[in-house]
Design a protein around this ligand. Sequence first.
Ligand code: PEP
Ligand code: MG
Length: 588
Amino acid sequence: MSMQLFGLPVSRGVAIGRAVLVASSRLDVAHYFISSEHVRDEVDRLHQARDAVAAELTALQRDLPADAPPELSALLDVHLMLLHDEALSGAARTWIVERHYNAEWALSAQLEVLARQFDEMDDDYLRERKADLEQVVERMLRAMSRDPAALAQVGYAPALGPRDFAGEDPLVLVASDVAPADMMSFKRSVFTGFITDVGGRTSHTAIVARSMDIPAVVGAREASRLIRSDDWIIIDGDAGVVIVDPSPIVLEEYRFRQRQSELERARLNRLRDTPSLTLDGQPVELLANIEQPGDAVAALEAGATGVGLFRSEFLFMGRAGDLPDEEEQFEAYRSAVIAMKGFPVTIRTVDIGADKSLERLSAQELRHEHVLNPALGLRAIRWSLSEPGMFRQQLRAILRASAFGRVRILFPMVAHLSEVRLIHDALKRARQQLDDAGHACSHVEVGAMIEVPAAALGITHFLPHFDFVSIGTNDLIQYTLAIDRADDAVAHLYDPWHPAVIGLIAGVIASAAAHGKAVSVCGEMAGDPAFTELLLAMGLRSFSMHPVQVPAIKQRIVRADTRRLSGALTRVLQAGDPMQEAARAFAA
Ligand code: PEP
Ligand code: MG
């Protein structure tokens, strides 16, 4: 039966495909596709885990003390029976063979299928066996995580093209939540769309989905419970609507819209080589936000003239305790710098914490299992300053990459002048160490992200210490409005048009201009055409965004007259409803 679900639109366009459910396990389960030649090994891993757990359970049963309650032995019998049931390992094997899931994913996907069947049982006793099944699966996942070959693969499986596995239909991913690290491993994978139950518009999972340029809806609440594996799904990423099992007429309508948006995209892409100049001749810099060095190719293809934000933390996430050392980081930064062919590359030091955990945890899991309020905790520069050894390694790696092109370094979430002093001390020490070791480095501009209201309000105190600033609107909105950006329950209050937010952004841009310092916006507002005129009116001339957003923003820029826009700015800044006022004041 057809049904509609509603969530938040986070990445535009229409996707049509069959649902793939990704379970959120209590264990740290990696989801990735394996290549054809690894299918047999992966099935072996599944079977070895099953056999190891069988041996474990049998030994437990054998060693039960004589006075142990008889129910215990019966329970172990049930676990052994579930373990050997074809509906578990047999079906998980099919996910590996047919869909090329890694063994952990296959097992947790099958757990999801079986758990639903248990939920629907009338018999109380049978329904309660779901908990036993979960325990058995958890044991198997644990057994697999002890396998060093598996650990070595986590997060590094080569991403496969859409036809590298047996399935022929396009696939859309449905999950309760996806950790940003898992989202990265889906980059360039087979999915043509994403749906999650939780998350906000600027959660990092949503940001990665947007950078993949495929339609996505987050905060769709019950989606992963109501949608079943292999259901046909339409994702309307413009409206935030998910249609399950659509009728042929609806399907045809959406296929038409899909073709229209492809045509529109092709039309926009023709702007690639058009200079980024306003009608009145103002040059506007269009930079790219990237998560890994390989994204530099997409940045250049889109016509970006540099990287305004390299989120270096994505090199650190989901690495199971094996964080990249100086050499590995240096190689990554150097390859991004070389790939950008002389254009500047702004490398942000790790912004770990909040919804980006080092472990493979989603925002939900983090909030509930780890830190009370991760967004206000040890994240970004606070984390780096609390790990001086790691911080220095990263600084050295970035400075060394400057010998290969134009490098700028950016520090996230700066809020205190004491942090500024520590940053400069650490930079000085790192430079000295490199000098002593005979490493060549070039001049590196140093910048701060302005994303905490304290830094925006106190901007005049921070500007003298930096060559440039970059406004992180995602966090600035979160902290100004006290809205967790990853929490769908308050997503309706996450309002970039709030007068307080608009006022802070305008103030930072004006102060930077007055101090002769370069200023950029690298939050999601920079890539959203709804804000282009407003930011131009404020005097912004440098925008950093996902490469896929560059053409649409360039189109707004080449049609804008900054003299007319800046004349209307005061009215917008003084309005109680800046969005409404901007629509009136900036209308051509
Ligand atoms: C921001 O906060 O706007 C930003 C660009 O950084 P991130 O989204 O990675 O927190
Ligand atoms: Mg931020």
